[in-house]
Structures are given as C-alpha cells and as structure tokens.
Design a protein around this ligand. Structure first.
Ligand SMILES: Cc1ncc(COP(=O)(O)O)c(C=O)c1O
Length: 431
C-alpha cells in the first residue's frame, strides 16, 4: 500500500483540530476522571524536559544534565507534601495505575491477598486481578459492600480482614460517592500486619480543597493518586505516605522497578496546579460538590433513578444514575454522545454482568465547574439528558442547543494564566 505523506499530514492536522474544537468548545464533558489544566499549566507543559532522562532518585541520578529537573522535582515534591499534609511523596510514577502497582510491588509477594471494593461498586481495574494485582500474582478479595449505604460494610469487612489477613486493603475507587471508612478499618488491618492504602485518584482535588477528608490525616498508611482528575493537573501519578520505611520501598519499586523516564515535562504543570489549588482550591472544590448535588437533585426531580437518594446522592464530584430501565448504560452513553454530552457507562453493584450490559451512567461535574458552570447550568444539563434519554428527542436537535449552551463556558477558572504573570500569551490550541 502506498502512503502519501502530505495528505496524511493534513489528516493529522484535521483530526487534532476537530478533536480540540469538539471537546473544548462544543461538548458538555461529564467524564468523571478527566479535567482541563489552567492556561498557565498548559503553557508550561511544553518544555525541553520532555525529551530528557533522569533515572534514579532526586540527588542520585544515572544521567548528567539534570540539575534543573532535580530542582523542579524537589519543588513539586515539597508542594505536594505541603498540600496533602504528607511527610513523603513520590511524584515520579507516570500514572495512577503505576502508582498503585508500585505500592503492590513494594509491599507484597506473589500469592499474597489484597482487598478492594467490588467491581460493581466502582473498584478500578488497577485494584483487580485483571489488572496490576493479577500481573503480580496477587489474590484479590472483595470488601463486603452495603448497597443501602453505598459504602463498605464495616463489620463484615473487619471480620473478613481478620480471617484473610490481607497485605493491603485498598479503599477509594472509580465510582466514589461517599468517603470510605478508613478509621473504622484501620485497627483490623494493622492487627493482621497489613497496610491501608487509599486510592485518591478521583477525589484528590477535593482533598486539596478541603471538601473531602484527607485519608492521611485519618491514618491511611499510603495514599496513591492520579494528578489529572478532580486535581486538574497534567496526566501523572503520585504516592504519599508518612512512613519512611514504606516510602523507601515504594521509591525502589518506582525505579528501578516500574519506570525509567518520568515524563518530567509535566512537573512544571503539576507544580502550577498545586499552587493554584493552594490559592483557589477551596472555592473550586466547594463548587464542584455543590454542582454534583444540584445535578443529582435535578435528575431525580425529572424522574431519573439517581443512586443513593437516602444518603443525599453524593459528597463528591460524581453522580451515579441507574439507567437500566432506559436501555442500560452503554446505549444511554452513546445516545448522549450523539447530543454532544460526553459521559461514561458504569457498572452498578446490583448489575448481573459487568460488560456491555452495565446499568449505570457515571457523571462528573469537575470539568464543567472549571469552565464556570453553576447550579443553573446543572439544571440545564439534567434537562438536556431528560430530552435525549426519556423523551427520546432527536439527538441532533439537542446537540445544536448543547453547542449553543457551551459557547458561554470556554474559559478555565480557578487557575492562573501566562498573562497574569506577564510572561506570554495563553496557548491558542489549533482549532
Ligand atoms: C480509582 C482509580 N485509580 C487509579 C486510576 C488509574 O489512573 P491512571 O489513568 O492515571 O493510570 C483510575 C483511573 O481512572 C481510577 O479511577
């Protein structure tokens, strides 16, 4: 097959242009694991550190030419430690999955048992046998789950921990509506010689903004996370702990175990995001949680089956909707995409299977909050969803209105710009 490089060059430009326009300007993004960086973080994201190597740990590298990378890694580390009240932080993992795997590699042997919440309750693939724990030959046991409370069943979990003696108990998940019981499980975990790890990937920005309890303050031995969900930084990972011995083990797992380059160009953007969270994080996190609640209440008022009504629907950025009577999560997500509303299907604890047939939609309001949306806009979003999924209106009609609606919300808030610092102009993405 002959390839015409010039025509493909144009294709590449067209694809990026179309993506940028669609996702930045024309859609309502409710994917709970995504976000946008501030203009200043985005401006600093492109830098020479992108192509460099700094294998090793800060101050003990295998390469020359890294004095500024060392400086910056030190700055990011100190900022993250201060923001999350942690004695130690390893910012080198390139993603939340690698951060989780570093903890397992550091603390377990093949054949050991770890605990995580059930897949239907929102556990992430990196907590499951199909993902990192399986690669490391670990057994994964489900923490008992209480559907009424939409949370871990504490008494049943304590009993099971005592019986199975897990090396690690993982709390936190990809569906995360209410804080998991760290304090309540801690004694049992320690009694059997295990460690409690909280995966904060979804709620890191809410923790930074003091709208969600800090797992380390509650006694978690380790906290892992991505740096790009409610914490609106560049894609990356991080491990926190207050325990020096655990930290040293995790450091060794990160390198030479699981990474060789750390995508250093992201450090500047992570640092800027941490600074922004120190300055604007409380206002941002408060608005995110109040928007999620407003969206849940409006969907409920329109007749949607919103999960956890008895518990007030949510205390995070997420809303979980049972759409099993509307054709299921996969179909609903596709229908909404036709109307430029981007969501992900989600398993529910009471689903019979966890693939195409899942019954839920998981919605996250963090990105739209960053673009300045509030309670009124949440109401409008719920109505768009109602028209598509319940009234069965033509998706193209709704899409036109969604694009019009989105036009007012294209400036990122709760962050800094290069113009604020007088160092240049915000990046104009190719559109
Ligand atoms: C709870 C949880 N942990 C870890 C991850 C993995 O993060 P990453 O995509 O940074 O590897 C995710 C991803 O969505 C997640 O939801």
């Amino acid at each position: 097959m002959s390839i015409n490089p010039d025509s493909i060059l144009n294709d590449v430009l067209d694809i990026v242009r179309a993506h940028n326009r669609w996702r930045r300007l024309e859609t309502i993004n409710l994917i709970a694991s995504e976000n946008v960086m501030s203009p200043l973080a985005e401006y600093l994201y492109i830098n020479d550190m992108e192509g460099r190597y700094a294998e090793g740990t800060l101050g003990s590298r295998y390469y020359q030419g890294v004095k500024f990378i060392d400086k910056l890694e030190g700055v990011v580390t100190e900022l993250m430690k201060s923001l999350f009240n942690s004695k130690y932080a390893d910012v080198r993992p390139i993603s939340g999955t690698i951060a989780n795997m570093a903890v397992y590699a550091a603390l377990t042997q093949p054949g050991d048992t770890i605990f995580s919440i059930p897949i239907g309750a929102g556990s992430h693939i990196s907590h499951r046998v199909t993902g990192a724990p399986g690669i490391l030959k670990l057994k994964v046991v489900n923490l008992p789950w209480d559907n009424e409370e939409f949370n871990v069943d504490v008494d049943a979990s304590i009993k099971l921990i005592k019986e199975n003696k897990p090396k690690i108990v993982i709390l936190g998940g990809s569906v995360y509506l209410f804080p998991h019981p760290i304090k309540e499980l801690l004694d049992a975990v320690h009694e059997v010689g295990g460690y409690l790890m909280h995966d904060s990937a979804h709620v890191l920005g809410l923790i930074a903004g003091r709208a969600f309890p800090n797992p380390l303050d509650l006694g978690a031995d380790l906290m892992t996370s991505s740096t790009h969900k409610t914490f609106p930084g560049p894609q990356g990972g991080v491990v926190f702990t207050n325990n020096e011995e655990l930290f040293k083990q995790v450091q060794k797992a990160v390198f030479p175990g699981l990474t060789s380059n750390y995508h250093h160009h992201r450090y500047a953007a992570t640092a800027i995001t941490a600074i922004e969270m120190m300055k604007f994080g409380e206002a941002y996190a408060k608005q995110v949680v109040s928007n999620a609640k407003a969206l849940a209440e409006e969907l409920h008022a329109l007749g949607f089956s919103v999960v956890a009504e008895k518990k007030g629907f949510t205390k995070t950025h997420q809303v979980l909707v049972d759409v099993s009577k509307l054709g299921g999560g996969a179909k609903a997500a596709v229908r909404l995409e036709e109307a430029n509303i981007i969501v992900s299907k989600s398993a529910l604890p009471w689903d019979k299977a966890f693939r195409e047939e899942v019954g839920g939609l998981r919605l996250g309001v963090q990105e739209m909050t960053r673009f300045g949306m509030g309670k009124d806009e949440m109401k409008a979003i719920a109505e768009f969803m109602f028209r598509v999924l319940v009234k069965g209106e033509d998706a193209a009609n709704v899409r036109r209105e969604v694009m019009e609606f989105r036009r007012e919300f294209t400036t990122v808030r709760y962050g800094l710009t290069p113009e604020d610092l007088g160092i240049g102009q915000s990046i104009k993405m190719i559109m």
